[in-house]
Design a binder for this molecule. Structure first.
Ligand code: UD1
Ligand code: CA
Length: 455
């Protein structure tokens, strides 16, 4: 199918969000509202993709700096028709159809846009409006028809009579228009209404006059829902979560209690992985096959290899787990942590910028930072790498096969040679040679009859 031009309106303030952040930048499933629409419309391979910005224009543009977009500035937000008028110069070279969408309608699906374009072409319409039906249509423009069902116009909530407010068929804010006729129609739209704004929905009445108006009704109102306030945002967050869960379920992932989980839309999860209740999987997270993610865990910007068990209440950010690792419960893995195959990190351990070799174990109550650790190291309970001297961070190197006794401090920079043993309770400040035993604690002494002497 031959493509069309696309225009997204995103200049509005989003007053009803009551936010210092522009509405279209509010995240939904971890991605800004506008990003969802851009991802969808790109698949139409539009001949031109333009976005109208105004409120926080620079911030919105910066959020999508890598994308090929024709940015249009609407310095003053005088209404949706005015926004389209601002875009006419960048659309001037194109003569086919233009699909116009709102930046706050993020769940719209590609297939529906294709149908809109097909119907518009088949009926040779000047304007085709995408409509849906809401039990509670408050806030939306209503599609007004005559008693015979013939299209008349769209009336905005604030301009509607009591009878019109009862209409449940609403304007989704998505339109397909004939680019050749658009400029003339826009000139005819006035701001003579309750909000003193130039309303784009007025296009419909103009097309009706020229007998070239059409409506495509879509039954799934949720996929056309707009986000005007925080309540609507949370409703869509749920819809999005359900869509994502469904998608991964159909690829063999178990969610024990889907309704309590949250996942970003770019997460990937392998088959036979089980996601326990109350799990959060943030952006840029890839989870392998046959993993078990325990309850109340949070994983972001991480790669979890296959066969890993992340026990409950663990927090992972910016980490790579090679596979068959066990982590937690109550573990915190910070950015730059890499666990090689089958390495284990137990309860109440914190790791940062630490490369842990294959099969090594840090089982209890440790802090390991700025560390490179070889294979098959055993780290005793309460081991701390003292990586910070108040000014700089220093590295700890632990070679393979080292055994570190409990309650040891490793004062960095320091190296522990391969297969060395460190006695419990030691404070290590110097390099430990390979294969040796290092003990730095004070030898135990006994003073006989101690209590009796005190009396
Ligand atoms: C709009 C429609 C309404 C429809 C609803 C669907 C108008 C007048 N009303 O209402 O019929 O039912 O969408 O969700 O169009 N914008 C600009 N410049 C402006 C004003 C708005 O770029 O001067 C952008 C906004 O950033 C937003 C979009 O246009 O992304 C829609 O604006 P909004 O204020 O949300 O319109 P609604 O009241 O929802
Ligand atoms: Ca809206």
């Amino acid at each position: 199918m031959e493509s069309c031009a696309i225009l997204i309106l995103a200049a509005g303030h989003g007053t009803r969000m009551r936010s210092s952040l522009a509405k279209v930048l509010h995240p939904l499933a971890g991605r800004p509202l506008l990003g969802h629409i851009l991802n969808t419309v790109r698949q139409l391979q539009p001949v031109c993709l333009a976005v109208v910005v105004g409120h926080q224009a620079e911030r919105v543009k910066a959020a999508f700096a890598d994308e090929a977009i024709e940015w249009v500035l609407q310095a003053e937000q005088l209404g949706t028709a005015h926004a389209v008028r601002c875009a006419l110069p960048v659309l001037a070279g194109h003569s086919g159809e233009l699909i116009i969408l709102s930046g706050d309608t993020p769940l719209i699906e590609l297939e529906l846009l294709q149908r809109l374009l097909q119907q518009h072409r088949a009926q040779k319409s000047g304007v085709t409006v995408l409509s849906t039906t809401h039990d509670n249509p408050a806030g939306y423009g209503r599609i007004v028809r005559n008693p015979g069902g013939k299209l008349l116009r769209i009336v905005e909530e604030k301009d509607a009579s009591a009878a019109e407010k009862g209409i449940t068929e609403v304007n989704s804010g998505v339109y397909c228009v004939d680019l050749r006729r658009l400029p003339t129609w826009l000139q005819q739209i006035s701001a003579n209404n309750a909000q003193r704004e130039y309303y784009l929905p007025d296009l419909l009445a103009l097309a009706v006059q020229e007998s070239c108006a059409g409506v495509l009704h879509h039954g799934d109102a949720l996929s056309l829902a707009g986000v005007n306030d925080r309540q609507q945002l949370s409703v869509l967050e749920r819809v999005m979560r359900d869509r994502l869960v469904n998608h991964w379920q159909s690829r063999g992932v178990t969610f024990t209690d889907p309704a309590s989980c949250w996942l970003a839309d770019d997460v990937a999860i392998g088959a036979d992985t089980v996601i326990s209740p109350n799990v959060i999987l943030g952006s840029e997270t890839i989870i392998g096959e046959a993993c078990w993610i325990g309850p109340f865990s949070e994983i972001r910007h991480s790669q979890i290899g296959s066969g890993c068990r992340i026990k409950g209440f663990s927090h992972l950010e910016g980490v790579v787990l090679d596979g068959n690792n066990e982590v937690g419960p109550f573990a915190r893995l910070r950015p730059g942590t890499v666990l090689a195959e089958a390495a284990r990190v137990g309860n109440f351990c914190e790791l940062k910028k630490a490369h842990i070799g294959e099969g090594s174990k840090i089982s209890h109550l440790s802090y390991i930072g700025d560390t490179s650790m070889g294979r098959n190291v055993n780290v005793g309970a309460g081991t701390i790498t003292c990586n910070y001297d108040g000014q700089n961070k220093h590295k700890t190197i632990i070679e393979e096969g080292v055994f570190i006794g409990s309650d040891t401090q490793l004062v960095a920079p320091v190296r522990i040679g391969a297969h060395a043993t460190i006695g419990a309770g030691s404070t290590i400040t110097k390099e430990v040679p390979a294969d040796s035993l290092a003990v730095s604690r004070v030898a135990q002494t006994h003073i006989a009859q101690w209590k009796k002497r005190k009396i």
